[in-house]
Write a protein that binds this ligand. Structure first.
Ligand code: GRF
Length: 200
């Protein structure tokens, strides 16, 4: 699906983020010149991720939640297509996307659990509440469901005795910061085969 990119013709990606953007920061730090982040968009005007993008001279945009999510996603898709984005990376984008977007462009997401366990918000807290001894990180293709798309890569994170939500989330994020750039690099090297249904 995604072509083998080169420094002369890097893979054009956009990052969508709602929050602090530590995953965006790790992408900025770890991606090589086969990948170019051409835009960062958020559903929240106050997302710190937007400031990080501006500091890195990357174009930003805000697409707030509208009553009709399909309308929001059509506008977002037009913005992505105008910028010739080839891959959309969700890095803490805390809203579902509709088929208006995910049926037209390849989208990946980083999720803080070993899916299919603990989909949805605050997955680290869900793992603690369930008394799990292990959780982890998943990077997956995105469909219109809640963290349901085909899995690309997973990495376990042990839950230690005495872990609270903050400590566990921090350890999970350290793994996210390595796994997400690694998957993007592999996609740009055409080393990930996309299952049927993922748009080219
Ligand atoms: C990450 O833990 C991600 O897995 C979850 O939201 C968090 C975003 O963190 N979906 P950041 O904004 O990248 O710091």
């Amino acid at each position: 699906m995604i072509r083998a990119a080169t420094p002369d013709d890097p893979l054009r990606i956009a990052v969508l983020a709602s929050g602090t953007g530590s995953n965006l920061a790790s992408l900025l730090e770890r991606l090589d010149d086969t990948v170019s982040i051409v835009g960062v968009a958020s559903n929240r005007a106050d997302a710190i991720a937007l400031r990080r993008a501006q500091d890195a001279d990357i174009e930003t945009a805000i697409f707030p939640r509208s009553e009709d999510w399909a309308v929001r996603d059509r506008a977002l898709r037009a913005w992505l297509v105008e910028r010739r984005v080839e891959l959309v990376v969700l890095a803490g984008f805390l809203e579902l996307l509709t088929t208006e977007l995910v049926d037209h462009l390849p989208v990946i997401n980083v999720h803080p659990s070993l899916l299919p366990a603990f989909p949805g918000l605050k997955a680290w807290q869900q793992a603690l509440d369930a008394g799990a001894t292990e959780t982890g990180v998943t990077v997956h293709f995105v469909d219109a469901g809640l963290d349901t798309g085909p899995i690309i890569a997973q990495e376990p994170v042990p839950i230690r005795e005495g872990d609270d939500a903050a400590a566990l989330h921090l350890r999970i994020q350290a793994v996210e910061h390595l796994l997400l750039p690694d998957v993007v690099r592999r996609l740009a090297a055409n080393q990930v085969s996309a299952p049927a249904g993922v748009p080219a």
